[in-house]
Design a protein. Structure first.
Length: 140
């Protein structure tokens, strides 16, 4: 019976000092945990960035060695001259398009013609809107 009397005699401490102590302790725990997490993430970020920098340095060194080997190789023959510009496309635009294709596709790419895009009779439509129209109007 003494246990029952002891359990029922416990009352909550609702004094302002106890409440303030609990609130301050809770905020302190949260802030300390936040500080620990910040330190852990900073350390992890530093470790990862150092390892990435090492791999980047190795890649740069390998690329520099490759560039030195390539620079000693004889120059490739120049490609034949492109046809004169047609349909109001300037030579600068043709050169820019050719350079972009060469950069993406390499030496094997051949440009047969460059023509401006024809406007649709409906007008200019956003590609996503065009895809939606096609998707929603196609037969089952």
């Amino acid at each position: 019976m003494e246990l029952f009397a002891l359990a029922t005699s416990i009352t909550a401490d609702r004094t302002p000092t106890f409440t303030a102590t609990v609130v301050i302790a809770g905020l302190g725990i949260v802030l300390v945990t936040l500080a620990v997490l910040i330190v852990v993430f900073k350390l992890f970020g530093n470790i990862v960035s150092k390892s990435q920098n090492k791999s980047k340095k190795k890649a740069v060194e390998a690329q520099q060695k490759e560039m030195q080997q390539v620079s000693t190789a004889p120059a490739a023959k120049a490609a034949p001259a492109a046809k004169p510009a047609q349909q109001g496309i300037s030579g600068e635009v043709v050169a820019a398009i050719s350079a972009a294709v060469y950069a993406l596709e390499g030496e094997g790419a051949v440009i047969r013609s460059i023509t401006p895009k024809k406007q649709s009779p409906i007008g200019v439509r956003n590609p996503w809107a065009q895809a939606a129209v096609i998707e929603n109007t196609r037969p089952f």
